[in-house]
Design a protein around this ligand. Structure first.
Ligand SMILES: Nc1nc2c(ncn2[C@@H]2O[C@H](COP(=O)(O)OP(=O)(O)OP(=O)(O)O)[C@@H](O)[C@H]2O)c(=O)[nH]1
Ligand SMILES: [Mg+2]
Length: 366
């Protein structure tokens, strides 16, 4: 893709320059009338500023491109009747060069510049920002509509398409066993309590708790507090046998919420223990809990570490503690695993929500 800004006395002169420099395949992206200063700024003259783009995909995306001559006439006409309006792109042959959008960002029209700012604020990695902006540019030009509203809605659609499909997001609690695992302090126990409480209070289910987190007394105490508040039984399991016994004990319950130890994700032993203790083969929903405020590289490490255990969905915690959801977006996009819940505070049970990919993209861009 090649983008360039031209300033000329008339639209016709600009078209000649574009044709000379970019060839017959160039497409006009945007044009406006400007005042050109002459004689040390003492006099000014009307001029036209045109942004043109040369890109194979853009041309192919335009389904019924008008002939070059016709379009050129149309462009001249438009010049007389419209001021500072985007002009229909003329069809001018076949070239394509570097796709490095970075060189061209300063000449982008305002709605695309705004999209660029939003992508940056969202904290997406540079390569994702550039890929999205490049696609956005192409599809905006192809549609011939560079209004802020259209560009913004196209931006949202492009981002949604990069996420796992909506059916992988909002499943709710369906299985008998529900287990949360993840790295230390991610918010597993608090989130487990939120899920259990809403299952009991909203869905009127009979619930119980199990924990394999026996490393710290405080961890058991923390879960015990929630169990007592909900008047639900809790079984602490130190071995696989105790886990099996607890399963028998809770045979009549609708849902059993299982807490696991918070361990450093770099410890392989932790994953082996999980594989032994958790009833993965008895109708289990498993959630990998990641803090939304963690760095993308760390999230990727955790995901890799848990590749040995089945992960149904993600839960992203602490969205209230981060200004950007860029790393969450990137992890979702690369893993193709959906997000069941986001948590946004310490209060049990209210600070939890489930969102669709569309809603998530809106959050990402705000
Ligand atoms: N701001 C905020 N804090 C949260 C959220 N979820 C959990 N926390 C807090 O994070 C801290 C750790 O939460 P826990 O639920 O104990 O985390 P954990 O993953 O069980 O921790 P370990 O068992 O030690 O690995 C607590 O202070 C929680 O109140 C959230 O969505 N937002
Ligand atoms: Mg815990």
């Amino acid at each position: 893709m090649k983008i360039k800004k031209f300033t000329a006395a008339s639209m016709q002169d600009a078209a000649k320059q574009i044709k000379k420099e970019l060839g017959n395949d160039a497409v006009i992206l945007h044009s406006k009338q400007v005042k050109k200063r002459k004689w040390l700024g003492l006099r000014s003259q009307q001029a036209v500023e045109v942004i043109a783009v040369l890109d194979r995909d853009v041309r192919e995306a335009r389904k019924t491109p008008p002939a070059a001559g016709e379009e050129m006439k149309k462009t001249e006409k438009t010049e007389k009747t419209e001021k500072a309006e985007p002009v229909q792109p003329p069809r001018l042959s076949d070239h394509s060069t570097s796709d490095d959008l970075a060189h061209y960002k300063e000449v982008l029209p305002e709605p695309l510049k705004k999209a660029e700012r939003l992508l940056k604020q969202a904290g997406l990695p540079d390569h994702t920002q550039n890929a999205v902006l490049s696609e956005l540019l192409r599809s905006s030009i192809a549609s011939g509509d560079l209004t802020e509203e259209n560009v913004n809605s196209k931006l949202q659609d492009l981002l949604v398409k990069k996420l796992p499909s909506a059916d992988r997001w909002q499943e709710g609690i369906q299985s008998k066993y529900v287990v949360l695992f993840g790295s230390t302090g991610a918010g597993k126990t608090t989130t487990l309590a939120k899920l259990a409480a809403s299952s009991m209070l909203t869905e009127h289910k009979k619930i119980a708790f199990m924990t394999t987190d026996t490393y710290r007394i405080a961890a058991v105490e923390q879960l015990k507090t929630y169990a007592e508040l909900l008047q639900a039984p809790l079984e602490v399991c130190y071995s696989k046998e105790e886990c099996l016994k607890a399963q028998e004990k809770f045979a009549e319950y609708d849902h059993v919420f299982i807490d696991t130890a918070g361990r450093n994700f770099k410890e392989e032993q932790y994953i082996t223990e999980l594989q032994e203790m958790i009833p993965f083969d008895s109708g289990l929903q498993s959630f990998l809990v990641l803090s939304a405020s963690a760095k993308y590289e760390d999230m990727k490490q955790v995901l890799k570490q848990f590749s040995g255990v089945p992960v149904n969905q993600f839960i992203f915690t602490k969205t209230d503690e981060t200004a950007s959801l860029g790393s969450v977006f990137q992890v979702l996009s690369e893993s193709r695993i959906g997000a069941a819940y986001l948590t946004n505070g310490q209060d049990v049970p209210e600070d939890i929500l489930s969102v669709s990919p569309k809603e998530f993209v809106r959050m990402l861009l705000t």
